[in-house]
Design a binder for this molecule. Structure first.
Ligand code: 1CP
Length: 344
């Protein structure tokens, strides 16, 4: 397992082929997933180890990807500590009482492993079924979690979040620090139960300028990385639209930096390693490319591979999650194509 192409690439070691996995590889694009989920709300399915195990394994069986990602959602640890929230179909996470004042912070207490016993159980069961395929655990980063908590749901402009960040820096820092503790504890649960790597999703942090990221967000994300460093498992740090932040995402403490399709991977690797620590890169095919004919998908995948050709440490992925209407066969073909093209 420690010799798997995915883990070797995370450590920037030579690989027999470029490893591939897809963000959101489990989920709506798979008919077998839709069948299994029928009539079961999202958060309930995250708390059922039998369902989590099966859903996590589905894309591994179907596509032959080099890693599994634990089926859950970034708001699961918040639900587990008692935050009143739900995941609405077609919308996403919705929070009953958005956090906008110091009194609202009382909703956030530390996460204890006992709050998420179903995660420990499900990770153990997934790992035993996976054999030599590594399992990636994940969590939402403090900024992205804060965005849902402060806005009360999905947001395009993050206006309440930014109003709090600029308007009450002390409360903002306290909010992010609490979220960092919760996130670190949630990743620790997954690593201790057997996850071989973890990804910190700061999906929406690309909304910030580098100076604001450094001053107002990086201390909390760095705390998550510092708290999980002793496990020795690779940590991947990813956000959408983060071209200008790639250096800081690396500096926060990750071994692997994920990039979206807006930055060529050779440039992403340069930026991610700008502080002098060499880091692997993950990415970065535009998920919308998968709606093009097979030859066009292959050509665009080759462009990604060419940009990554000289890099010791590339994990092939999309630049963001699989879109719900993606043809699953396009994903299967893409995995085979990358494996074939990069076989050494
Ligand atoms: O890759 C997999 O196998 C899927 C597991 C997974 C992951 C990694 C899910 C299941 N959610 C996530 C992480 C997640 N959740 C992120 C970070 C990744 C990313 O940027 O895409 C984010 C931002 C969320 C929040 C969220 N949860 C949204 C986005 C809302 C928005 O702001 O636009 C949505 C739609 C959800 C619900 C959700 N999470 C996962 C599934 C399968 C679903 C749909 C559930 C349903 O409605 O039935």
């Amino acid at each position: 397992m420690t010799d798997s192409p995915f883990l070797r690439a995370c450590r920037r070691e030579p690989v027999p082929h470029t490893p591939v996995w897809f963000m959101r590889q489990a989920g709506r694009s798979l008919p077998e997933y839709r069948r299994l989920r029928e009539g079961i709300p999202m958060l309930e399915s995250c708390m059922r180890p039998d369902l989590v195990t099966e859903i996590t394994l589905q894309p591994v069986r179907r596509h032959g990807v080099d890693a599994a990602i634990y089926f859950s959602d970034i708001v699961v640890p918040l639900k587990a500590i008692g935050v009143d929230l739900d995941i609405r179909p077609g919308v996403g996470p919705v929070v009953a009482r958005p956090i906008r004042s110091r009194a609202d912070l009382a909703q956030l207490r530390p996460l204890e492993p006992d709050d998420v016993k179903y995660v420990t159980e499900a990770v153990g069961s997934v790992v035993s079924e996976l054999g030599d395929t590594p399992l990636i655990g994940f969590a939402g980063a403090p900024f992205t979690l804060a965005s849902y908590l402060v806005e009360g749901g999905p947001s395009r402009n993050h206006e309440h979040t930014k109003a709090l960040m600029y308007g009450d820096p002390e409360l903002w820092a306290e909010l992010l620090d609490r979220l960092a503790g919760i996130t670190a504890a949630f990743l620790a649960v997954q690593i201790e139960a057997g996850a071989s790597a973890v990804q910190l999703f700061d999906s929406w942090v690309g909304a910030l300028a580098p100076a604001d990221y450094r001053a107002s967000v990086m201390p909390a994300s760095a705390k998550v990385f510092a708290a999980t460093a002793h496990y020795g498992v690779p940590r991947i740090h990813f956000g959408v639209g983060t071209g200008e932040l790639l250096g800081l995402l690396g500096e926060a403490g990750a071994e692997v930096v994920g990039a979206d399709w807006r930055v060529p991977l050779d440039e992403a690797a340069r930026r991610a390693s700008a502080d002098g620590t060499e880091r692997a890169v993950q990415g970065n095919l535009d998920p919308a490319v998968l709606f093009a004919p097979p030859e066009a998908v292959a050509a665009q995948a080759d462009r990604v591979l060419e940009a990554a050709a000289g890099l010791p440490g590339h994990i092939f992925n999309l630049g963001h999650g699989v879109l719900p209407d993606t043809d699953p066969d396009a994903l299967t073909r893409l995995v085979a194509h990358v494996h074939e093209r990069t076989a050494r």
